[in-house]
Design a protein around this ligand. Structure first.
Ligand SMILES: NC(=O)c1ccc[n+]([C@@H]2O[C@H](COP(=O)([O-])OP(=O)(O)OC[C@H]3O[C@@H](n4cnc5c(N)ncnc54)[C@H](O)[C@@H]3O)[C@@H](O)[C@H]2O)c1
Length: 318
């Protein structure tokens, strides 16, 4: 099967990620079945996708007729059996729980046609273990979209131990068809690539905060006004190329040994969690989020991200 031939896709789970993922396939011309447990959840999911389309239209990254046509290609469904009928590719986006994912993949394996590819949007669970619930591990892979999926270009295509090269290549090609920036993760290490990089930075940020070296605002600014800007454009390895490997090598000699090597979760973050300070959703975490300001903060974040996305798309087409 070639990516261009994929016309029937099922997305299972219509929470934070599922609707946006369904939108990506639908805008690429696929007929999408979007599945969740109730009509209410599905209705909310379709509304969220319509809002995401509005943001893309406002940023001039999508036209209104194309958005409408894409929404018409999505069929919200509560029946897994109907969703799996004649499907060529299924993407699972149910909660991050290995037992649940294995149970779902066991059912997908029974319900989907023989050659269908089964992908998981897991953030970092083992693809090999998920695939063990099926009789088609060659056709099982990770397809890790980033949040919000209508904006973030990255999709990590992850091979489990038995995933075939042709399955991985098919998913990479499908991502390109959707205008995404896929990467291949050759071995399913926990957290894949994106989260490993993200958590390496987070571990150090939490260490600096708990040691009182700087405030939360200043630690964030050290990234957003410093290396974060370059990383957004170049990534960590090309940044080193441009700075000189000799320079970074010399600094690594004294700095690597001083960086946090904590092997458990941060005690500071655990304290916040125990106190119910979970971040924006509870009104406060490392910062305070008055309710009336929260939606504006998120709108502003998405506006800036959409601006970046526009620049990236322009660069690609040059
Ligand atoms: N939220 C993020 O930022 C993010 C980013 C990337 C990847 N992920 C991964 O994507 C997956 C989904 O995450 P999410 O944040 O969208 O979760 P979520 O909890 O928001 O949504 C999951 C949805 O799955 C539905 N569901 C549960 N059991 C089901 C079943 N048997 N059949 C059909 N639907 C069922 C739930 O009703 C819910 O609507 C997880 O593996 C997560 O790790 C999440």
């Amino acid at each position: 099967m070639k990516a261009q031939e994929i016309s029937k896709v099922a997305v299972i789970g219509a929470g934070t990620m599922g609707p946006g993922i369904a939108g990506e396939f639908a805008r690429a011309g696929c007929e999408v079945r979007l599945v969740d447990l109730s009509a209410d959840i599905l209705q909310r999911a379709m509304k969220r996708l319509a809002d995401a389309h509005e943001a893309l239209i406002e940023a001039k990254l999508l036209s209104a007729p194309k958005a409408e046509a894409a929404l018409r290609r999505i069929r919200p469904l509560a029946s897994l059996e109907t969703a799996c009928d004649q499907v060529q590719l299924l993407v699972e986006a149910v909660p991050e729980d290995m037992a649940l994912k294995q149970e779902m993949f066991r059912r997908f394996d029974l319900l989907c046609p023989k050659g269908a590819v089964l992908a998981s949007n897991t953030s970092g669970l083992s693809i090999t273990e998920i695939a063990q619930a099926t009789k088609r591990p060659k056709l099982v892979a990770g397809m890790h979209f980033w949040n919000p999926p209508h904006i973030m270009p990255l999709v990590e295509v992850v091979k489990g131990k038995e995933t075939s090269d042709s399955t991985a290549e098919l998913l990479l090609e499908m991502c390109r068809r959707m205008g995404k920036r896929p990467i291949l993760v050759r071995y399913d290490v926990p957290g894949f690539i994106g989260n490993r990089l993200q958590y390496a930075v987070l571990r150090e940020a939490l260490h600096l905060l708990s040691e009182g070296i700087a405030s939360a605002e200043d630690i964030d600014a050290a990234m957003t006004a410093g290396p974060g800007l370059r990383y957004g454009l170049l990534g960590p390895l090309r940044t080193v190329d441009l700075g000189g490997l000799d320079v970074y090598h010399t600094i690594s000699k004294y700095l690597f040994a001083d960086l946090s090597s904590d092997s458990g979760p941060s005690a500071l973050m655990a304290e916040f969690v125990e106190e119910g300070k979970l971040g924006a959703k509870t009104g406060g975490g490392f910062y305070e989020y008055p309710k009336e300001e929260l939606s504006e903060i998120i709108r502003q974040r998405d506006r800036v991200l959409l601006g970046f996305l526009k620049v990236l798309k322009e660069q690609e087409s040059e």
